[in-house]
Each structure stands twice: as structure tokens, then as C-alpha cells.
Design a protein. Sequence first.
Length: 189
Amino acid sequence: MSGYSREKFPHWDTNKPEHGFGAEFAQYGKCTSREVMMLRDATGPVTLDPKTCDLKVGNGGGWQDQYGFLDSKTGQLKPYKFITDPAGVDAEHIVALAEAWRSGASKLDEDTRRRIANDSLNLEASDPSANRSKGDQDVANYLPPGKFRCVYVERYVTVKVKYALNVDPAERNALRAAVEDCAGRGEFR
């Protein structure tokens, strides 16, 4: 991790086409990638003002963390809380920035690291507890439980390939097992 710091990955740029949010979010060019991600991942009545970039949450609107956790007492999957305050939502990097650094981003230019940090495929609204429990781990050490696991694996692989980031043998084994499990359940396109 020699030389790593989050500042090496400039994030929360204003929304640009290369962030990958798509044409439906083009009007939010003054807003940051975090704010656009918050709108994309919202449930119910949540709006983002394209001029002020203020998020407004209507009655019943908010964010449901996709990660969930296994209850240590029952072994059952439990969802993290539904969040209605935008300030209470973390922007989780599927490929953690420290993991990207360890995987070769340390040799990439700042603009490429900026794209990794702001890429819509690499961002997911999450409960802070879920984000902290994952930390900067790779898939060999962390895979979310529940339905989001297959989406997570697909996006993790896509980000690693898109930015030519390395995958170590332990990651490769974990990814193979997860892909086989997801394919067996018919959860890949």
C-alpha cells in the first residue's frame, strides 16, 4: 500500500458521460457523481434538482442498502435499515479504492484513477455499517450475502477488466466460485 491515499483518486466530480450514468442523467451535469448515484439508487419519491443538486426525499422515499448481513444468532439474512436522510448514505466503491491501488491503479495516471472513483458501475448507495464492514477488502475476503452478491460480482469483474486491474489467485478462485454459483441460480444474463 506504499503511497496510497484516497486523495490519489479524485472523486465526486461533476457528472460526465464517462461516469456511465447514461443519457437519463445527462441533465445533472452540475451535480457530482455521488449525487447522481444517490438519485439512481433511490427508492420511492426522491428528486435531485439539476440546478442546485439538492436531493429531496418525499414521503416513503429513501435508500435500501443492497448488502444486508447475516444475523450471527439466527443465520438469517437481514437487511440493513432503510435510510431516508441523504447524509446517512455512503457511496460504496464496489472495487474499493485501496484495492484498486493494490491491483495496479498505483501505476495509472490521475485521470484514470478519477474515472475509477466516479464510475457508476463502481458506486452503490449503502448503509455506512455495510460499507465499513467491507472496508477495502477484495472478493477473496468479502462477498455480500443475499441477492446483491451476483450483481456485485458482475460489477466487480467489469470494473477490474475496464481499468486493467490485476486479480490475484485468491480473488480469481473466489470469483470463479461466485460466478458458478450465480450461473447455477440463473442470476447472470
